[in-house]
Design a protein around this ligand. Structure first.
Ligand code: BDP
Length: 328
């Protein structure tokens, strides 16, 4: 875990010192929120919606300032910046933070959700809410889960049907032990690379492949350099909306309730935007000539079996995975 000292030496904090940090003056509060995605991505739009609602309800006393496109660093950086109150809200992918927050690991394992509706019910129900609660142990408030859809594999070489087709493919994964082991088990050679470097990595052949959802594949333009999309649907981990606990605790109880309520209400807003974005992103990349194939998901399911079993030797992970499985 990054220390406060290391953090204070980082470029992001210099930016914060120059005016990014939470501002509180003359009774007004500015909540800073960050995201690695561009301004029109559903996660960013949902947080913007939340900010507008809060600004309206407080007659401008609380407003949001959003920093999209990874301006303040990687997701791991921004989680730490939020813990140390340099910024207020970080929207991050669970895959990128599950080394740091073990309670999130069951949601990032392969093939734990039957479909997106199942994932949404789990996030909304007792399992999801209990996991959100655990962020408080490490200086954060888990405000909400957002959708991230199913991830599949795309590469610059050839269609992937079975794990055997993954041999020799150097595939980018988020910085997560689960993702490294999962993609290795699926037959490839997994390499963690920061999100912002994936396009160039594919373009320069530093990597051959990556895995993500349709929305990200399209919005990052990675489809221009990786022309084969093979539908593996191997992971459906959600996104998390996290707030600095110290900043949250410093608000009045009415303001805390308002933030929680609007975060909760932003979930269906995000989901509607998400469904639309996934559909248009898919259409856009297919119209641009990306080759699509349905992979043999049963074969991938079998390939990740032992790795999943290994993670489930941890009783807490095993119990959560079983609860997810038993849930309608
Ligand atoms: C996208 C997530 C984003 C992650 C990215 C990744 O929305 O937060 O940073 O995947 O793979 O789907 O790193």
């Amino acid at each position: 875990m990054i220390s406060r000292r290391t953090l204070l030496g980082s470029g992001a904090v210099v930016a914060a010192g120059a005016g990014v940090a939470t501002a509180q003056s003359a009774g007004r509060t500015t909540i800073t929120a960050v995201d690695v995605h561009p301004t029109d991505y559903p996660t960013v739009e949902a947080v913007r919606w939340m900010g507008q609602e809060i600004e309206r309800e407080t007659s401008g006393r609380i407003s949001f300032r959003i920093y999209p496109s990874g301006q303040l660093g990687t997701e791991t950086d921004t989680v730490n910046l939020a813990r140390f109150q340099v910024l207020d809200i970080a929207r991050v992918y669970l895959g990128a933070v599950n080394n740091m927050f073990p309670a999130t690991q069951p949601l990032a394992l392969p093939y734990v959700f039957r479909d997106e509706a199942h994932m949404r019910r789990i996030c909304d129900g007792a399992v999801g809410q209990a996991i959100l609660h655990t962020f408080e142990r490490r200086g954060l408030v888990g405000l909400a889960f957002y959708d991230s859809g199913f991830r599949s594999i795309y590469n610059a070489r050839h269609p992937i049907h079975t794990p055997a087709d993954m041999r020799d493919l150097k595939i980018r994964v988020p910085r997560s032990d689960i993702f490294i082991e999962m993609l290795d088990a699926m037959g490839a050679n997994a390499t963690p690379i920061p999100f912002g470097e994936v396009f160039t990595g594919l373009q320069t052949h530093l990597i051959d492949a990556a895995e993500n959802n349709w929305a990200t594949f399209q919005s990052t333009r990675q489809y221009e350099v990786a022309r084969y999309w093979s539908q593996t649907d191997h992971c459906c981990a959600p996104e998390a909306l996290l707030m600095s606990k110290a900043r949250y605790d410093a608000l009045s109880s009415a303001d805390r309730d308002l933030i929680r309520a609007k975060a909760r209400e932003s979930v269906p807003v995000m989901r509607a935007l998400w469904d639309e974005k996934q559909a248009t992103a898919r259409r856009t990349v297919l119209e641009a000539g990306v080759h699509f194939n349905q992979a043999d998901t049963e074969a991938f399911h079998r390939a990740v079996g032992p790795m999943k079993q290994r993670w489930m030797r941890d009783e807490t992970i095993a119990t959560t995975v079983r609860r997810i499985d038993a849930h309608d």
